[in-house]
Write a protein that binds this ligand. Sequence first.
Ligand code: BGC
Length: 750
Amino acid sequence: MRWTLPLALAGTLVAGATTVIGSPTVAAPAATPPPAPCAAFAAKPWCDTALSADQRAAKLLAVLTTNEKISLLAGDEYLGALGREGTHTGTSNGVPRVGIPTVYFSDGPNGPRQGKSTQMPSPMVIASSFDVDAAHLDGATIADEAVKKGNSFVYAPGVNIGRTPLNGRTFEYLGEDPYLSGKLGAAFIRGVQSQGVVANVKHFAVNNQEGQGSFSIPGIPVAFAGQGNRFFVDARVDERTLREIYLPAFEAAVKEGGVGTVMCSYNKVNGTYACENEHLLTAVLRDDWGFDGFVLTDYGAGHNTLRGLRNGLDLDIWPGLTYNPLAVSLALGLGNVDIGVIDLHVRRILRTMFEFGIFDRPLPVDDGSRIDAPAHAEVAADLGADGMVLLKNAGDLLPLPASTGTVAVIGPEADLIKNGGGSSAVEPLSLVTPLAGLRARLGTANVLYDDGKDAAKAAATAARADVAVVVVGDKMTEGSDKKAPTLNSGQTDGIDRDALITAVAAAQPRTVVALQSGGPVLTPWRQQVPALLEMWYPGQNGGTALARVLFGDAEPAGRLPMTFPASAAELVGAADPQAYPGVNGKAVYSEGVLVGYRGYDAKGLAPAYPFGFGLGYGTVAYDDLTVAPGTGGPAGTVARVSARLTNTSSRATAAAPQLYVGMPSPEGQVQAPRQLKGFDKVPLAPGESRVVTFDLDERAFSYWSTTADDWKVAPGCYRIEVGRSSRDLPLSAIVARGGASCAGAALTVS
Ligand code: BGC
């Protein structure tokens, strides 16, 4: 979808940003900003804007005392993670003597978490959009609010891979596919950083579970054990799987997003805590990817002063114990690290601050009254609809005709907006629940409401209406995983949501189920309901988005970024607790690269709804596949794949064309039948045709070779498939690589 930005983003731009900037439309007076940190130090060499960020950092470093340097390595407050108005999730005090400012950090992926902010649709909604422009707009909107609440850094996006829908933070991440997560995460980062705010990609790395039977408080590294708890679990994952599945979204954040900071995670990776993991923090992040920002800890993820300092951790933001001045001075005094190591970390912090203009612009002021709340609520509704996934629509029940009389709105989640628990929980500025959204659309008199506590009563209410909309959700939170991939897992109100749906559907043939689930859930009743719409955790204006989609004012434009299982037995670890949640603190990623749809395809399993799937209100035909040499594409293009999409219906719709590559098996190893390597979001007017082009680079054909310790292209025949989902790919062609002879190849490349 090509967004016209409706909002007046008033943050200060950094060079190269593309977001449209306007003046705030909210009347509240802006507090007078303090002068830029460099204003009082204009004559100092580190304030010379003609120099590069690295040069300026070197000049500033040269005048700092050892104690001042050490003071910059640890965060400086304890209570911000509680999320109260007027506080910040994190604080790093500066050095006033030389003009280093105190800077503030805020969670997170759903909006700033400090008092009230616009509660944006959860990242799963953004993932479902398959729309880089939506991700950019989401990031820019969150950053605009973060700036207006006085922050220079935002702890987002989270790009850990959806290895299991049981993960308590599934709602906060971007699904199961590394390419999709990478492209959308990078676009989100560019959106954040277009507002002069530094993004923070998290949680690096392989933080794919919170733990079974565990419990922890966001930002507080106190956990009640359980199995596979995020604080201690050792994720054992082979190098190829790491490079192909768990790291590419971080790699894209660095290379395509230009992210300024990285948050290392709580868990261990192959025996070593992520925040002191030389392989991750130095060999991969710095040496391979060229990251030049700084790495900070997840809250309490620092474990050991020396190992952190030596292996690549720059800032222990909270609670700052491992890098507290005493510990670091001691390490230095005893000769366990030399000053060069301290300088390295301080230089990275300073050069990032210079690069993002923090010294050269007035510091942001905490005055949230300047947030353009109505415009941002509208953005939340737009993004909510862009990521809503229509999974079933028998007999074209949806969109509902304008002439619809009464609608029964039923369910324990009908009059609330689900929000995942933990550091992404944003206190909304306003709230439109599904019930409120439908009442606003239809008039209160035309809406019957039942909270779903008594299924028989709810069914009777449904029978009295023309249409029933059952809104049910799940419970998902940071700190603990779901026990089962169901709506009922962890619910404490005693309502059997699956039974409620079945009862209502039996009483009302025109029943729509609208899910507010954080991730995929089991849908045992899916044959019994004509229409199923996944809203995910839709953000504060989800009710407006729902009403628009139900009545066809907006297209349900989302596609699944994660497979919906047909049975819990399909999930990783279902038959092998060693794989998930782990045994004795060790989770062995024995499924290797066969994560999500890769595993379903390799095993020939039929999911309830496959990755990439989602219906629109219009119908789109795919034809005219062409595969051309890379010449004519951007530098590095190996093959240009085009297809024609035609809206064959009489209504405007949105297509999300997807391109998958089926690769030969590398070095005799297992290979997924297909991998997403391109996607787009294309609005189509009735009858309109458009040609979409996917440029495939060398990486799109590559696997990680552990023998070469590098990306390699295996000689062989590559199947290129284009279509509507991972299981609906009407167009295909073969590309021959590395001298292979492939029958009917559309293109041969060396
Ligand atoms: C979470 C992070 C979050 C931090 C601060 C931690 O518990 O894992 O995602 O940014 O708390 O709230």
